[in-house]
Design a protein around this ligand. Structure first.
Ligand code: TPP
Length: 367
């Protein structure tokens, strides 16, 4: 096991690669990277940032309903993780998943239309913010029940193993999820049966308003796999390159060695638990610290100082991201709502005798 990330969001901590590293033995350095790659990561991070800001705005304008949890502050973690996956790999996430959906290849239009509950959305408008699902890009949800994704992701890894496939499953969750029974059941089975899955804990320090220290007897979450002899790695989630390297290492080892791993990314959510949470449990000092550790701005500064992000390129990227987000919101706004008659089209339940499939406003007792 390894831990070289600071247990506070941001900072200069570097990636870790566990016992063995397949990519690099040193901390990632932007001087070793292709400028095009770095600019691509920056654009992806900025896209998630602007997308989520637009989502928050649309929510306050009542264009989006239901629960809505944003990825603001977690952009470096998301882009680093998604970069580590191959197209054929599978992804399961919790409900804080808009950025992951985009990162896995679902278009911002489909994600925004889903948020607006429109039929052009990735889940045809029936899923909303917490239930994005797309077999094509292998983003298999979006789950609102804390820990609900873990047994399913483990089952997907079992299916891969059973068929002798070479895909890997990545299963994302928050820090609070490590205290749910399904976490322990899933890690146990995955380790016992040598399944190709990387469990990723995005440690943003709070499950709703409860801190990790108050809820976890072992607050160094990457160590929680040790009861199952599962190797765990902690990485600085504010550093996109560090996350990419650590995640790539574990994903490729899961593929080659057919066994599970646990990755903890020290991240930070800049806003409340959901869009309606004013996050009063945070002190002004903590809010200031979050701003100072903003991963998008930090990466922007790094690229500027290296002479990779010029004023002109920065403006170009800002304009194209703004246009893409505006286009997504316009697309959502102008898309139709699903037909009420399709309400039961995508439910698993088969008709049960004596069980009516009443539509809203239908009489309770049929004539
Ligand atoms: C089984 C279950 N219990 C409680 C909840 C209510 N709930 C929703 S989110 C959440 C906190 C989860 O925090 P964490 O796993 O750290 O994820 P994060 O929100 O930070 O991404 C809770 C308790 C739920 N959705 N499901």
């Amino acid at each position: 096991m390894a831990d070289t990330a600071k247990p506070k969001g941001g900072g200069t901590a570097r990636s870790t690669g566990g016992r063995r590293r397949s990519r690099k033995d040193t901390a990632p350095n932007i001087a070793d990277e292709q400028p095009k790659t770095l600019l691509d990561y920056y654009r992806q991070m900025l896209l998630i940032r602007r997308f989520e800001e637009r989502t928050a705005q649309a929510y306050t304008q009542a264009r989006i309903g239901g629960y809505c949890h944003l990825n603001l502050g977690e952009e470096a973690t998301i882009v680093g993780l998604m970069t580590a996956l191959q197209e054929r790999d599978y992804l399961f996430t919790n409900y804080r998943e808009h950025g992951y959906a985009i990162g896995k290849g679902i278009s911002p239009r489909s994600v925004m239309a889903e948020l607006y509950g429109r039929s052009t959305g990735v889940s045809k408008g029936w899923g909303g913010s917490m239930h994005m699902f797309d077999t094509q890009t292998r983003m298999l949800g979006g789950y609102g029940i804390v820990g609900g994704q873990l047994p399913l992701a483990t089952g997907a890894a079992l299916a891969i193993s059973y068929r002798g496939g070479d895909e890997v499953v990545m299963c994302q969750m928050g820090d609070g999820t490590t205290n749910i029974g399904a976490f322990h059941e899933s890690l146990n089975i995955a380790a016992l049966w040598n399944l190709p899955i990387v469990f990723v804990v995005v440690n943003n320090f709070t499950g709703m308003g409860t801190t990790v220290e108050k809820s976890s007897a072992e607050p160094e979450l990457y160590k929680r796999g040790s009861s199952y002899r599962m190797e765990g790695v902690r990485v600085d989630g504010q550093d996109v390159l560090a996350v990419r390297d650590a995640a790539t290492d574990l994903v490729e080892r899961a593929r080659a060695e057919q066994k599970p791993f646990l990755l903890e990314a020290i991240s930070y959510r800049m806003k409340g638990h959901s869009v309606v949470d004013p996050a009063k449990y945070r002190t002004a000092e903590q809010a200031e610290e979050a701003k100072a550790n903003d991963p998008v701005l930090a990466f922007e500064r790094q690229l500027e100082e290296a002479g990779i992000l010029t004023e002109e390129i920065k403006q170009e990227i800002a304009d194209s991201v703004r246009d893409e987000v505006t286009d997504a919101a316009d697309f959502a706004e102008n898309s139709p709502h699903p037909e009420v008659s399709t309400l039961f089209d995508y439910t698993y339940a088969t008709p049960v005798p004596n069980e009516s499939r009443r539509m809203p406003a239908d009489p309770v007792f049929a004539e």
